[in-house]
Design a protein around this ligand. Structure first.
Ligand SMILES: Cc1cc2nc3c(=O)[nH]c(=O)nc-3n(C[C@H](O)[C@H](O)[C@H](O)COP(=O)(O)OP(=O)(O)OC[C@H]3O[C@@H](n4cnc5c(N)ncnc54)[C@H](O)[C@@H]3O)c2cc1C
Ligand code: FES
Ligand code: FES
Length: 467
């Protein structure tokens, strides 16, 4: 049984937990404000808000309902555009009207939900963050300038918002209906999910890969819902290691205080990954086990020298992430085994880590080629080096030979140019929709140079490296 609040109503349903939340909302609850566009997480027409209690506070975030398995709604408050309607337009809705942010209106509920989600954050609004909040929404007719103007005007209206207690402020200022006040108490009455299945087969995290690849199979399988398992969510420092629970999402990682203290460019790097709603849903283990050759998180953690903690019936084993990928979509993962956590050695100061990604669009696109590098130097000699590159082999590739080649070498342009020869022998790109094999080879070299230019700006320029 899945129990949750949908707008102002309590839902108790025995519908299959693998049904999409979108279909449940539209067809079983007959709430047609949430639109069906791509059903692949790309367009944002189906965006809703997911509210959940965390450390006694009610947090809302945007998600795409087309990829959310219904079971992941358990214990939450799901808000559709109908759930924020009041007698008059809310200031968010009115801003879209005033700025001519809507034409055919098909995308509009999705934009409204993303912008409303932005108003609910426990932090002050900035114009840029207001605009960023719609990075998962596509509009075919209006053009984005009017929607950006609406976002900016909403941000201005929030200047007096109390970031410590945003929901009360929003209710008082008619951004939200008053029933939001009772949500924490109503959620506290919902009991934790009991996994009814004893014979559980299919693990599912956020569903952002599985629900795209095999939605019909998910809707029929017995599911093991990992997304809300609190024992798999934590991010913590353990002595000289960082441990990340396998169900931590890309946005949990992006906004983690511990990780931001270590990686000053973390937010810049993670902005290159999908969109806000997808980062709110996609988990670290999901990214690794999906084993796409261009998986951004896999590439990121390969360069950090990450290890996996795997568990089967309480029996644990550790495995370097670089040994997990055996071939295209083949992994060193036994039947019934799952990833419990991912951990990596605390990087040494000063941090020599960089992540790069090239895709056809800057945002909400998967990579043609992506790459990460961890480089340490002492007295102009490379003492540690871990390089990873995606999109140039059947797996997210740890560049074993190129990394080993660089260790002990002087940090200069000749070394890097020689390393490119090693790199070229280590990769085997193929031509596909994301680019020809020659283009990807070129990108792998450029990103390799980009790491060193970024990490050692006083040493290198692209002109010099290409000479
Ligand atoms: C619109 C869109 C944009 C995207 N953009 C990007 C992008 O820019 N970069 C990128 O890298 N990816 C991108 N993705 C892919 C996806 O979001 C990520 O790979 C995400 O991290 C998958 O996590 P999930 O929890 O949603 O996986 P799910 O779909 O829930 O699961 C994926 C696989 O992992 C398995 N699994 C999940 N958790 C565990 C566990 N703990 N142990 C063992 N197996 C487990 C599942 O059984 C399944 O086989 C995008 C996807 C969409 C829909
Ligand atoms: S329908 Fe396009 S993102 Fe859900
Ligand atoms: S108003 Fe028509 S798609 Fe956005």
């Amino acid at each position: 049984m899945t129990t949750f609040l949908l707008n102002d109503s309590i839902i108790n349903t025995d519908a299959h937990p693998g049904t999409t939340l979108l279909d449940f909302i539209r067809y079983r609850q007959v709430l047609p404000g949430t639109k069906i566009g791509c059903r692949e997480g790309d367009c944002g027409a189906c965006t809703v808000l997911e509210g959940r209690m965390d450390e006694e506070k009610l947090h809302y975030r945007s998600i795409v309902s087309c990829l959310t398995p219904l079971g992941n709604a358990h214990g939450k408050h799901i808000v559709t555009v109908e759930g924020i309607n009041m007698d008059a337009c809310s200031p968010v809705q009115q801003a879209m009207v005033d700025q001519n942010g809507t034409q055919c209106g098909f995308c509009t509920p999705g934009f409204i939900m993303s912008l409303t989600g932005h108003t609910m954050a426990y932090e002050p609004s900035e114009e840029k963050s207001a605009i960023d909040s719609v990075n998962g929404n596509i509009c075919r007719c209006t053009g984005y300038k009017s929607i950006e103007r609406a976002a900016i005007s909403i941000s201005k209206m929030l200047k007096d918002k109390n970031p410590k207690d945003p929901l009360n402020w929003l209710i008082q200022h008619h951004f939200l209906p008053s029933y939001f006040k009772e949500i924490p108490e109503r959620l506290s009455k919902i009991k934790n999910h009991q996994n009814a299945n004893t014979e559980v087969q299919q693990i599912i995290g956020g569903g952002t890969d599985l629900m795209v690849q095999k939605p019909d199979a998910v809707a029929e399988s017995s599911l093991n819902l990992f997304f809300d398992r609190s024992d798999l969510k934590e991010i913590r420092r353990e002595n000289d290691q960082i441990m990340i629970g396998s169900a931590a999402t890309a946005n949990d990682i992006m906004h983690s205080e511990i990780l931001n203290n270590l990686f000053s460019d973390l937010k810049k790097h993670y902005k290159l990954i999908s969109s806000d709603p997808i980062r709110n849903m996609g988990t670290l283990a999901g990214n690794i086990v999906n084993a796409s050759p261009i998986a951004d998180l896999s590439i990121f953690f390969l360069a950090l020298g990450a290890n996996l903690l795997l568990d089967k019936d309480g029996k644990e084993r550790e495995l370097p992430l670089k040994d997990f990928f055996l071939g295209y979509k083949q992994m060193n993962l036994k039947k019934g085994e799952y990833i419990k956590s991912v951990f990596f050695p605390l990087p040494v100061e000063p941090l020599g880590f960089n992540f790069e990604k090239v895709s056809k669009r800057t945002h909400l696109d998967i990579a043609s080629v992506n790459s990460a590098a961890y480089v340490k130097t002492e007295q102009n000699t490379i003492t540690e080096c871990r390089l990873a590159v995606g999109g140039v082999s059947p797996v997210p590739l740890f560049l074993m030979e190129s990394s080993a080649f660089l260790i002990g070498k002087k940090l200069n342009a000749d070394t890097l140019r020689e390393a490119v020869n090693v790199l070229n022998n280590e990769i085997a790109p193929i031509s596909d929709v994301r680019g020809s094999k020659e283009y990807k080879r070129l990108l792998a070299r450029q990103l390799f140079f980009a790491h060193f230019i970024e990490l050692f700006p006083d040493h290198f320029s692209l002109q010099e490296l290409l000479r």
